[in-house]
Write a protein that binds this ligand. Structure first.
Ligand code: SAH
Length: 216
């Protein structure tokens, strides 16, 4: 592989934005050092690819801030071979991180043009084990269920019921839940009939539009 001219910026991003703010899992930090984030960013924002912020990716959508990707990934506790469902493919960057951790990823995106862009980005970055599906992710994706981990990367008024049904025993689900303009990052864990919920503070995501999300 040719030397990556942006590896230094990426390493600094991991040290100062992610590890310094408390993401500890060494496998998550390593995955974020590895995946070339700039390949998931449009030409217009190349200079800002490793900046501490979300960025526009077209169609009114955004790629999440690097720290938020690190935090959500850590909360999912991915083991190699886990079946993982992501709702809101966007650029494909979050899906790439999950795949580098050894997960088998299905990611659902409602905007076909965005899904296509994500597929191109994933191919450029040489990422396999990610399947991009176009559809309403608030319904989940029953053919791949149950999932050890489910990640919602768009803001939802409540966790969509179908996603809870598609969690495996011992499974984790992470989602930004709340109002349209600000949400709380929550993590659910399924143990038998019990679902425990823990909150991880305020976040801002673009809305999840669909049957069990916000009205389209
Ligand atoms: N995870 C992405 C960022 C997601 S931005 C990344 O790594 O870049 C949120 C995405 O969710 C947008 O692309 C938006 O189109 C998509 N989205 C919104 N509602 C959706 C729904 N019901 N099903 C699937 N995708 C949805």
């Amino acid at each position: 592989m040719p030397a990556d001219p942006r590896a230094g910026e990426r390493s600094a991003m991991v040290d100062t934005q992610i590890a310094a703010r408390g993401v500890r899992n060494p496998r998550v930090l390593e995955a974020m050092r590895k995946v070339p984030r700039h390949l998931f960013i449009t030409a217009e924002y190349q200079g800002a690819a490793y900046r501490d912020s979300p960025l526009p990716i077209g169609q009114g959508q955004t790629i999440s801030q690097p720290f938020i990707v690190g935090l959500m990934t850590e909360l999912l506790e991915i083991s190699p071979g886990d079946r993982v469902l992501e709702i809101g493919t966007g650029s494909g960057y979050q899906a790439a991180i999950l795949a580098v951790l050894g997960a088998d990823v299905i990611t659902v995106e409602r905007i076909p043009e965005v899904a296509r862009m994500a597929e191109e980005n994933l191919e450029k970055a040489g990422i396999s084990h990610v399947r991009v599906v176009v559809g309403d992710g608030t319904e989940g994706y029953p053919p791949g269920a149950p999932y050890q981990a489910i990640l919602v990367t768009a803001a939802t008024p409540r966790v969509p019921g179908p996603l809870i049904s598609q969690m495996a025993e011992g499974g984790r689900l992470v989602a930004p839940v709340g109002a349209r303009d600000i949400q709380e990052l929550i993590r659910l864990e399924k143990r038998g009939e019990d679902i425990t919920s823990t909150s991880f503070g305020g976040v801002v995501f673009v809305p999840l539009l669909g049957h069990y999300g916000w009205e389209v």
